[in-house]
Design a protein. Structure first.
Length: 244
């Protein structure tokens, strides 16, 4: 790209057209690969965090990511067939137009998001039922320390309260504004904080506290602790000792 900065606009265009396949296309391959990887990462987090089940904002993000992902894959696929400057420009124009039109539709007709949510993502769970299930979760939460079981998952949790998994997922999303995994990890972190603050457990290592709190390994424990507390367990313990 360095020679381009020495040329005028017309010279740059001529240089790009003359050296497109040899000097420009490798950069385009790199760019489309990066764009595709970024798309895969976004899809991964949409699925992992169940963002597609959240309210209007979650559906909006899911649709935007879907449009971006399809466009990125289309760009990468078409770029691999481009054997001239003209073809490359046409292919990128097509992909960019898809994003532009889709974005305009979502901006001009925001009610489409609500319709999509009601048709494809909402269950038959009404507000009364959501409140009922939320109350059952709250009652269980205030009693047994179920989260200390490292093997607990959504299915086993639903068996405990006698509800269907997809209903419970909806309640966590709409009533508690979180996911089941975040809910469990937050409870475990709060339990671990109590142990870290208690001088009686000073002889326990961080890993032992992680296991006692329901985590399976130190890496997951550290990530969850930093997420909910803003610091590592070790720093939290030292900070507690200074303030005690």
């Amino acid at each position: 790209m360095v020679p381009l900065f020495r040329f005028s606009g017309a010279e740059r265009l001529a240089y790009s057209q003359a050296n497109f396949m040899e000097k420009m296309m490798p950069l385009n391959y790199l760019r489309t690969t990066h764009v595709s990887i970024y798309g895969f990462v976004m899809v991964y987090f949409i699925v992992k965090e169940r963002i597609y089940k959240m309210k209007k904002q979650g559906i909006y993000l899911t649709i935007i990511v879907a449009i971006y992902f399809v466009s990125a894959i289309l760009q990468s696929y078409l770029t691999s067939f481009a054997d001239s400057y003209r073809q490359f420009v046409i292919y990128f124009f097509i992909a960019s137009t898809i994003i532009l039109i889709s974005g305009f539709i979502l901006y001009a007709y925001p009610n489409i998001l609500q319709q999509i949510h009601q048709k494809y993502f909402s269950s038959n769970l009404n507000e009364k039922e959501r409140k009922r299930i939320a109350q059952k979760i709250g009652q269980l939460e205030s009693g047994e320390k179920f989260f200390l079981n490292s093997a607990i998952d959504l299915k086993s949790f639903c068996e405990m309260i006698g509800e269907r998994p997809h209903y419970v997922s909806q309640v966590f999303s709409e009533e508690f504004n979180t996911s089941f995994s975040n809910f469990i990890n937050e409870k475990r972190v709060e339990y671990a904080k109590q142990m870290l603050q208690n001088p009686e457990f000073d002889n326990l290592k961080i890993l032992a506290i992680a296991f006692d709190s329901g985590f399976n390994n130190n890496v997951t424990f550290n990530k969850a602790f930093v997420k909910f507390c803003g610091m590592t367990p070790g720093k939290f313990r030292k900070h507690s000792r200074k303030n005690s």
